[in-house]
Write a protein that binds this ligand. Structure first.
Ligand SMILES: Nc1nc2c(c(=O)[nH]1)N[C@H]1C(S)=C(S)[C@@H](COP(=O)(O)OP(=O)(O)OC[C@H]3O[C@@H](n4cnc5c(=O)[nH]c(N)nc54)[C@H](O)[C@@H]3O)O[C@H]1N2
Ligand SMILES: Nc1nc2c(c(=O)[nH]1)N[C@H]1C(S)=C(S)[C@@H](COP(=O)(O)OP(=O)(O)OC[C@H]3O[C@@H](n4cnc5c(=O)[nH]c(N)nc54)[C@H](O)[C@@H]3O)O[C@H]1N2
Ligand code: SF4
Ligand SMILES: [Mo]
Length: 683
């Protein structure tokens, strides 16, 4: 039944991948005694079907590797030196509780900032710290780093509509991977692309660089970073002018199209061509193809929304999908950004009701500012499920903040990350193999619950156990701090929409796969819910009511452009999950893709070390000369740790500027200059 074959004495146990990836794979672990000896895909998982990526195939290196943190530790050297001594859990909890309570007494709870994201996507462990943070009255973290702009853009016109099930694309005649690198970040979707193409479907990739997915496409369309809105508007304008819209759908299932039409009638194709970076002939070709291919599927990525026009990008792309009627579903038709498979009441596990009074909110992409400039200052930082010194924008300022002697930093981690090296107290975290949790996916419609496969290694504790114990150590007596993980899962499951009624009250069984009833077989969720796509949504200051052109905060800044003429984007690397697993590549600084002409003008040779710099910082990469990028673009895949103090990580270049919606990040809107580096400074 599984592609892991047990040897004598081994027991097979099912679980789910906890990584921040749309696919949430079903896994099978072969366990011998107390040790996982191999890890493979679960062939019984209807969506992921037994295939897992290279990152997870190598995951046991993390579980049993030398870099694993197995005991609580206290800092003995200077901040950032990475010198620690082992202490007991009792001592670590008592000391941490005392320090945090002292900060609350002297400066108020808001002087404590929790920092966490999605190192572990299990719902219980992901949000495990929140009941304590609310009870303690800490500052509240606005978790915007990944998908805030995308979510806000979708919500604006589509409300809480689910995405189309990915399986639907198998029957498509045209699939667009728009701003998503499927072969890296959504590998299982690619299976449907393959099947559809076997039947003759066309596969198109729209991206600023010829990424790994584009290399495999029938057609690659190079768009300027942030230029997608212009491209989508040009396509809509063409469809309008040639009468190729899906009028019956527009009339029946949408509202406000007239406003968009009026706007389009006064903007020119010249402007749209220039801003999108796509030639008008190509736009015409694509408009024709869309008009004559009813079975079209849009797979939209979040990567393309990490810029100051990112929310608008999703708004324009859903408007294009709406004029084509893709939301009406039917075989092979649809739009998938996020699945939104199971509506659930997150408050049941985050418990905002424990907050005595509203506390200040801090946008997580402003961590550098919060630790260096914000008043009243942050005096205590609790980090779990995240490695902000690598993943947050503008890490130069984050580093200055973490180095502050008057900041108490507690880090709960699996491995010695760059952030952990700055901690006052480090606490060992379990891996998902040691956890009980509930997993959903953002790229498909299945969920499941998994029990621990092995007991915790060393003295590691799950996020759940750690925060329960810390809360009790602080003297908090609310029931929530005494419940077991199983009780929390059960309480939470009651709020799930999309779980078949037969399972709602009986607990979902461990390892069992649950398919959401929100998954419409033909993706017609909009119609099934009797909703309308709203082209025109007025009334929110600073948010145009229709999809329209806006300007870019950094890419359109003339002063910065003269000093730093190259546009940098830094999307995911195949072997890393954001910065996770970078411990296995500690001497890697990563590549910088640069066009041969741009390289020649700077006397940069293929394979040479280069310095990538701007007014925020500088880092070292190795040049890869390639026409996969245009002459104005450079691409740095992967958030390597870049061991060695001077090398810096890619995010020392990126800015704390917000996207246009949701307070999202702008990682892919960064101006830089590149020069030859005499050597890799970090090594
Ligand atoms: N191997 C691997 N897989 C991952 C991750 C990882 O680090 N490594 N990270 C995970 C996480 S947290 C997430 S959120 C997802 C993200 O997965 P995706 O949604 O795929 O997002 P990204 O990979 O950031 O970017 C996707 C593509 O968008 C392109 N892009 C950037 N700017 C623009 C633009 O303005 N327009 C267009 N059209 N394209 C643009 C990039 O060049 C890239 O090819 O991946 C997850 N999966
Ligand atoms: N330049 C650039 N920067 C980016 C991006 C980009 O594309 N380009 N992508 C952004 C995106 S989409 C995202 S989502 C963020 C991701 O930001 P993060 O969520 O911080 O991602 P990771 O780098 O994976 O770090 C997660 C950390 O959690 C730890 N961890 C894993 N499981 C557990 C656990 O159970 N308990 C505890 N306590 N710790 C655990 C891991 O060891 C790891 O160090 O990065 C963002 N940063
Ligand atoms: S990272 Fe994604 S593709 Fe890889 S095992 Fe996990 S869920 Fe599957
Ligand atoms: Mo993300």
């Amino acid at each position: 039944m599984e592609n892991v074959k047990p040897e004598p004495g081994e027991v097979l146990k099912k679980t789910f991948c906890p990584l921040d990836c749309p696919d949430s794979c079903g896994l099978v672990a072969a366990v011998l005694g107390e040790k996982v000896v191999s890890l493979g895909g679960d062939v019984e998982h209807s969506y992921t079907g037994g295939f897992i990526c290279r990152k997870m195939r190598g995951y046991l290196k993390r579980v049993y590797g030398k870099q694993r943190i197995l005991y609580p530790m206290r800092r003995v050297g200077r901040k950032g030196d990475g010198q620690f001594e082992r202490i007991s859990w009792e001592e670590a909890l008592a000391y941490s509780a005392e320090r945090l309570l002292a900060i609350k007494r002297h400066h108020g709870g808001e002087a404590i900032l929790p920092y966490c994201y999605a190192g572990n996507m299990g719902h219980i462990n992901r949000f495990a710290g929140f009941p304590l943070f609310h009870r303690l009255g800490t500052s509240r973290l606005d978790q915007t780093i990944c998908a805030a702009a995308a979510g806000a853009g979708w919500q604006k016109h589509c409300g809480n509509l689910s995405g189309t099930p990915p399986e639907n694309s198998e029957e498509s005649d045209l699939i667009l991977a728009w701003g998503i690198n499927l072969r890296i970040s959504n590998v299982h979707f690619f299976r449907y692309v393959r099947k559809a193409r076997k039947r003759g479907a066309k596969f198109i990739v729209i991206d600023p660089y010829r990424n790994q997915t584009a290399a495999d496409a029938d057609e690659y369309i190079r768009v300027s970073p942030g230029g997608d809105t212009a491209l989508a508007l040009a396509l809509i304008k063409m469809l309008v002018e040639r009468g190729q819209l899906n009028r019956p759908f527009i009339e029946k299932h949408t509202a406000g199209f007239g406003e968009l039409e009026d706007y389009l009638s006064v903007i020119s194709f010249n402007g749209l061509e220039r801003i999108s970076g796509v030639a008008i002939e190509k736009i015409r070709w694509l408009a024709d193809l869309l008009a004559e291919t009813p079975k079209t599927f849009f797979r939209l990525g979040v990567g393309m929304t990490r810029n100051s026009r990112g929310g608008m990008t999703i708004r324009a792309l859903t408007s294009l999908a709406a004029v084509l009627g893709l939301f009406e579903g039917g075989h092979g038709r649809g739009v998938l950004l996020f699945s939104n498979a199971f509506g659930a009441q997150k408050e049941l596990i985050t418990r905002p009701d424990l907050l005595e009074k509203p506390t200040r909110k801090i946008n997580m992409i402003h961590l550098g500012y919060a630790l260096t400039t914000l008043t009243p200052p942050v005096k205590g930082l609790i980090v779990y499920n995240s490695n902000p010194l690598s993943v947050a924008p503008d890490t130069s300022s984050v580093k200055r903040g973490l180095a502050r002697d008057d900041l108490f930093t507690l880090v709960h981690e699996q491995v010695m990350t760059p952030t952990a090296r700055f901690a006052d107290i480090i606490l060992p975290a379990t891996t998902f193999l040691e956890n009980h949790d509930l997993y959903t996916a953002y790229g498909h419609f299945y969920m499941g619950v998994a029990k621990p496969v092995i007991r915790p290694e060393g003295e590691a504790k799950s996020n759940f156990d750690f925060f329960q114990e810390l809360a009790r150590e602080m003297g908090y007596v609310e029931e929530v701090f005494f419940e077991s993980c199983g009780q929390r899962i059960e309480r939470y499951l009651h709020s799930f929409e999309g779980i078949p009624e037969s399972m709602r009250l009986g607990a979902v069984l461990e390892g069992q796969l649950v398919h959401s009833t929100n998954s419409r077989p033909r993706g017609d969720a909009l119609i099934a819910r009797d909703m309308k796509y709203q082209f025109y949504v007025p009334g929110i200051p600073d948010e145009p009511p229709i999809a329209c052109l806006t300007s870019a905060k950094e890419f359109d800044n003339p002063d910065l452009l003269t000093r730093f003429p190259l546009r940098l984007i830094s999307p995911p690397h195949m072997d890393l999950l954001n910065s996770t697993f970078a411990e296995q590549y500690s001497y890697e600084c990563g590549l910088l893709k640069i066009h041969p002409e741009a390289a020649a003008a700077r006397k940069i040779e293929d394979g040479a070390y280069v310095t990538v710099k701007n007014h925020r910082g500088s880092c070292t990469r190795k040049a890869e000369l390639t026409t996969d990028v245009g002459p104005e673009l450079v691409v740095a895949e992967g958030i390597f740790w870049a061991d060695g103090a001077d090398a810096g990580v890619i995010n020392c270049l990126t800015s704390q500027k917000e996207a246009d919606m949701g307070g999202g990040a702008t990682f892919h809107e960064c101006l830089v200059e590149v020069t030859p580096a005499s050597q890799h400074r970090g090594l």
